[in-house]
Design a protein around this ligand. Structure first.
Ligand code: AR6
Length: 175
């Protein structure tokens, strides 16, 4: 029996070095850049990405991109065809924002499929500057990837920047 579900792959490394159809950016709602993955993507991808982000702000995203949503731009000089920008939720101790984090992965995967992407690379959204605990962030990422990796996607790659993040994803994948 053949399965149409994409394979989930974990790698330790820098997302800007991944050769894939789509690289996902953990952006903020301004779409105009920041630190972490966002900073690295704009630095390495060059000004074409920011130029398209500015166009998006000037057209249908005048108020910015809402948390949990996703949009696509060129990948500029990155070894990818597209960058999908998504805005993760900031971690809250008092409010459960898990559905918004799942939405980032789900909306990015849905958009990638409409682009005909076969391979996509994600960072661990919200687990850096936005403070989401890595163990729970990994569980949400893996659960959502498992249920939304339909064709034409063949590979969903999680690119983990440090060893604790890699181990958290490994745990999530084996449970
Ligand atoms: N490749 C892969 N993973 C990385 C890289 C990289 N080059 N750099 C950092 N990480 P973050 P967030 C990991 O902070 O928490 C920006 O300013 C990092 O270790 O990039 O969603 C945006 O503009 C962490 O595990 O994103 C927003 O304002 C994960 O990627 C805000 O940060 C995500 O960390 C978004 O915060």
């Amino acid at each position: 029996m053949t399965s149409t579900r994409a394979r989930i792959v974990l790698v330790r490394g820098d997302i800007t070095e991944q050769t894939v159809d789509v690289i996902v950016n953990a952006a903020n709602s301004s779409l105009l850049g920041g630190g972490g993955v966002d900073g690295a993507i704009h630095r390495r991808g060059g000004p074409a990405i920011l130029a398209e982000c500015r166009e998006l702000r000037a057209s249908q995203y005048g108020k910015g991109l809402r948390t949990g949503q996703a949009v696509v731009t060129t990948a500029g000089r990155l070894p990818a065809r597209h960058v999908i920008h998504t805005v993760g939720p900031v971690w809250s101790k008092t409010e459960d924002r898990s559905a918004l984090l799942a939405s980032c992965y789900r909306e990015s995967l849905a958009l990638a499929r409409t682009l005909g992407a076969e391979t996509i690379a994600f960072p661990a959204i919200s687990t850096g500057i936005y403070g989401w605990p890595i163990g729970n962030g990994a569980d949400i990422a893996i659960t959502t990837a498992r249920s939304h990796g339909d064709a034409p996607l063949r590979e969903i790659r999680f690119v983990l920047f440090d060893e604790p993040a890699y181990e958290a994803f490994e745990r999530a994948l084996t449970t």
